[in-house]
Design a protein around this ligand. Structure first.
Ligand code: GTP
Ligand code: MG
Length: 603
């Protein structure tokens, strides 16, 4: 009979050995952006877990869960949390968590029992990234200190470890041969987005375009475990930065937290040093004013560059799991880019970037107001990526951020509007929402409950098709996109596309986009409106071919589109006329009609 009593002493914890780090570093040049291996859905969503909202769940606050949406159980508990409350709670959760690289066959129960010696464990999950890893969440931070006391620094024969005691450990089995029979392949939580072919296949089995849109979002969105891992990674990097700046915080921003994140998206981090100076006022009592003796530099940018340079060095030299560290200090927004190998995230660390943090909060609010917003943004982002309208490499193309603003703008323009203007959100703000950054007014309401829900009842089928039609016909040469007003404005310069930065009105978010990229966007938008309109009413039951959203995501469609010149084939004058006719006809059609309209593309 197998002995089921775990022997805690048979497990050894130590920081990951430097040899392993070196081997990983050698591979990472080629492999850092490879998706993590997927082995199915995580299984540890316990009661505590449900108390925490995540980017993927925020939308469930105000509405019934959309068809195919994830974790409906989260709806109730996440009700009134503001963006900063979610951040605070997640951060605190991450500070109670550790990361362990494990052997392939982990004796899960023994491991948990072993770790329980240091305190109660409230949550754990496994995932795969260059081997099996575990995230363990204790109920108290003190448990981690106790575990660190019982953990030793490995001694290699030919390599010397840098003795940095982090919260990233390596688990060794004392007697691997005795224990492999106890060890089982643990169930790993999925950290990567599905293959495009699988996605298309699943979409083809949906009942309607609306079902496809919701399914796409459910399949692509960041999971609860992935959110935890993102906050934990920030927290681990914060430990390193805190060696120099003890009160600093490292906060995730961008798509990791703005509710539009897709599995596999990068991890944008913001090094916040402002808290260090926060107790300034309380120290001014009495006849003296005590100040820290500090070094001064001639500009804030230079200070940022110096700080990031030092932290970049630290990450490179001492950061367990941090590889391929690049200091990109002369960019408009200086950053340190690196790969956090254990979590599999490509990380961009910036400092002095408060406006981007505020933009993330704004997008989070828009994403949380109406369930159609996230669904539409996921579809449009996936469509754009599939057709190479966006890219992970910087260039003259649209960014996901610009596309998201375009979707928000489109939803502000519906009648009645699906989303309010930024000025409306500003008018609802109270005193504690007031926020001025570098002279820019970034004030808007943080309490979602104060925003009136939309009266618009249009379905996602209609909205997606109308999005393509709207931007297929938009006067980019004359008008700019302005979500602050919720209205187009005269373009202040001759950039091909002008999307006003919501918080820095003199800046164009899409200033990098050139004429030919805009042409491709318009061309593909018209074509996609046409495909959706032509296939109305079609579903998997009536066709063997990809239909609806699946047809828009087909690689072949994109290749064909690239080959065609604008103005030829179904996307030229014929489509312009077609779109005109759709516009006229759409007022006559009942919403979400299931009828199939046969449209001739002959001019
Ligand atoms: P992904 O492509 O999924 O990473 O989307 P993202 O929203 O995270 O975009 P990205 O990583 O490029 O940028 C991170 C965040 O920086 C965005 O969410 C915005 O808040 C901000 N940001 C990016 N580009 C711009 C820009 O051109 N202007 C302004 N004001 N903010 C930007
Ligand atoms: Mg990002």
């Amino acid at each position: 009979m197998r002995n089921t009593t775990p022997d805690p002493s048979s497990l050894l914890l130590c920081p990951p050995p430097s040899r392993q780090e070196a081997a990983m570093a050698a591979r990472v040049g080629l492999m850092t952006r490879l998706p993590l291996c997927a082995q199915g859905r995580g299984r540890f969503l316990d009661a505590l877990h449900r108390h925490l909202s995540s980017p993927g769940t925020a939308i469930l606050k105000r509405e019934e869960p959309p068809l195919g949406s994830a974790e409906p159980g989260l709806q109730e508990e996440t009700k009134n949390k503001t963006f900063s409350e979610v951040q605070k709670e997640r951060r605190e959760q991450a500070q109670r968590s550790i990361l362990i690289s494990c052997p392939k066959k982990v004796p899960e129960k023994k491991l948990l029992k072993h770790l329980c010696q240091h305190g109660e464990i409230t949550n754990h999950f496994f995932f795969e990234s260059f081997g099996i890893h575990a995230v363990i969440e204790f109920s108290k931070k003190e448990s981690i200190a106790s575990l660190q006391d019982a953990t030793f620094i490995p001694r290699g024969e030919t390599e010397f470890p840098i003795p940095f005691k982090s919260r990233f450990f390596h688990l060794n089995l004392k007697n691997p041969s005795n224990q492999t029979s106890d060890g089982m392949l643990v169930q790993c939580s999925n950290q990567s987005s599905p293959l495009n072919a699988d996605l298309i296949q699943t979409l083809c089995n949906a009942e309607s375009v609306e079902g496809q849109i919701n399914t796409l979002m459910r399949m692509l969105q960041i999971t609860e475990e992935n959110t935890r891992l993102r906050y934990l990674t920030c927290s681990l990097i914060e430990d390193i930065a805190a060696a120099y700046f003890p009160s600093c915080t490292i906060k995730p921003f961008g798509s990791s937290v703005n509710s539009f994140g897709k599995l596999g998206c990068d991890l944008d981090m913001f090094l916040d040093l402002d808290d260090i100076g926060k107790n300034h006022a309380t120290k001014t009592a009495g006849p003296f004013l005590m100040e820290y003796q500090v070094k001064n530099v001639s500009s804030e940018r230079w200070a940022t560059q110096k700080i990031l340079a030092v932290i970049g060095e630290c990450l490179d030299n001492f950061g367990p799991g941090c590889v391929s560290v690049q200091k990109i200090l002369h960019a408009r927004c200086p950053l340190v880019r690196f790969s956090h190998q254990a979590s599999g995230f490509q990380c961009d660390l910036t400092a002095n970037n408060r406006i981007a943090m505020k933009s993330s909060e704004l997008l989070y609010i828009y994403g949380s107001l109406d369930s159609r917003v996230r669904a539409l943004v996921f579809s449009v982002r996936s469509w754009a990526r599939q057709h190479a309208l966006t890219s992970s490499i910087p260039g003259a193309w649209l960014t996901n951020f610009s596309l998201t603003i375009m979707v928000i703008f489109f939803l502000q323009k519906r009648s009645p509007p699906v989303l309010p203007s930024l000025d409306y959100l500003k008018n609802l703000a109270d005193a504690k929402d007031k926020c001025i950054i570098e002279g820019n007014d970034c004030t808007f309401v943080s309490n979602l409950d104060r925003i009136k829900p939309s009266e618009n009842t249009e379905t996602l089928d209609i909205l997606l098709c109308q999005f393509f039609e709207y931007f297929g016909n938009f006067s980019f040469n004359k008008n700019s996109i302005n979500i602050r007003k919720g209205k187009e404005q005269n373009k202040p310069d001759s950039s091909p596309i002008y999307i006003q930065n919501p918080f820095e009105p003199s800046l164009n978010v899409s200033r990098n986009v050139n004429e030919s990229q805009l042409e491709r966007f318009v061309h593909l938008a018209r074509e996609s409106a046409w495909i959706l309109q032509e296939g109305k009413g079609q579903s998997s039951k009536s066709s063997n071919h990809p239909w609806g959203l699946a047809a828009l995501l087909q690689p072949s469609a994109s290749n064909k589109s690239k080959a065609k010149k604008p103005g030829r084939g179904p996307t030229g004058e014929a489509v312009r006329k077609l779109l005109e006719s759709i516009k006229t006809d759409s007022t006559k059609l009942p919403p979400a009609t299931g009828e199939k309209r046969t449209i001739s593309t002959q001019s």
